[in-house]
Design a protein around this ligand. Sequence first.
Ligand SMILES: Cc1cc2nc3c(=O)[nH]c(=O)nc-3n(C[C@H](O)[C@H](O)[C@H](O)COP(=O)(O)OP(=O)(O)OC[C@H]3O[C@@H](n4cnc5c(N)ncnc54)[C@H](O)[C@@H]3O)c2cc1C
Length: 377
Amino acid sequence: MADRWVLVGGGVAGSVVAARLAAVGADVILLEQGVDGATPDDLHEAAQVPGRTMPGMRAQRVDDGPYVPYTSGSGLGGGSSINPGFASNAGPFHHSHQLPIEGQGRRQRVRQQGSRASVSDVYLRNSGLLDRIEVRTEATVDQVVVEDGQARGVALSESGVIEAHQVVMCAGALVSPAMLMRSGVVSAGLGSRLQDHPSVALRYRNNEGLPSATCDVERSGAIQIMTTVVGDEIWVVPALMRPSSLGVIELDENGNADIRFQLCQAEAERALLADAVANLVAANAHRESIDAPEVDEVSDWMMHQVASVTPVYSHATGGCPMGAVTDRCGRVNDVAGLFVVDSSVFPAVPSVNPMVPTVQLAETITNRWLAEGLVAN
Ligand SMILES: Cc1cc2nc3c(=O)[nH]c(=O)nc-3n(C[C@H](O)[C@H](O)[C@H](O)COP(=O)(O)OP(=O)(O)OC[C@H]3O[C@@H](n4cnc5c(N)ncnc54)[C@H](O)[C@@H]3O)c2cc1C
């Protein structure tokens, strides 16, 4: 009998891994907590669909700050089903991927014939490979079953155990590390190197009639600036794309993930972002402000926003860093048959939008599996 692969999470990386395994005839079960189905083309609508965001996700953004809601994608496609698909890092690529990219320069986005396309649309649905795997949506995995240093399968929250020869964690940076801990995996570095791109939103009244589909990105050094329309507001969002601060994920006394990003610890990080905010305040002085600082309060306003407002950018990475928790194939150290392939294995957050790099990572790791003969069909 062929090895059975169970994948936990059908988001960005999970869709790629499932497709690559299905293409060579592997026996694959994909377990996804959220829903299946087409996602609306309108971004703001997409994030409102029940089962398209992770429920109850909260994180502490800065040391001693409050725990605030954090937006994370769910359902087939994961983050790609609710994100704008910015791919300003696109081409020339060092690693392959199959995502359709439209637009020029910084405006490059993952789109197919002018419409949004999630990674599961591209890799599974439109490729015909969806029919070759067993997909179970609205299936929440509680933990990996590990016995005598070997992964044996996964336990679902509501309905028993699914046995497997190989378990692949693709549940994203905020879930995979905590689930490994809950499963009894002990590894130096597990839960470490959590990162995100700190961002703040300057909000202005849309008195100039910018169209609701406006979604522009520009870049200056380590700062990326997105301009978008939300309802009747214009949001100008600078983000620090090369942060140095490192956060952690641990388990609290109830076994739930305690997510602490510990952003902007370094004076240099704060100075870079504050400088960008100050420049944008000046550049947008002609607009009617809803929430933007006065020139003399930029630093305090910025740190308050970073600490206490749900960020526009949800670019979490780390927690299962490759080299510490996994090897180059995503194999978890000291647990046979257990892999992590998602944004949690990045040892450092990419300095660009992370979705395309996550797809490339999944392509790279699955190429290594094939090269090493790990996938038997
Ligand atoms: C609002 C928003 C905007 C973004 N904008 C961009 C952008 O423009 N460009 C860009 O490059 N990146 C963007 N990103 C980031 C990008 O989407 C993520 O980096 C990417 O989705 C990470 O991929 P992943 O496979 O690690 O995790 P995900 O895509 O999040 O997939 C994880 C999957 O695991 C599932 N899961 C979690 N727990 C369980 C469980 N217990 N059992 C079963 N399934 C589970 C989840 O439901 C989810 O589907 C954005 C993200 C968000 C949320």
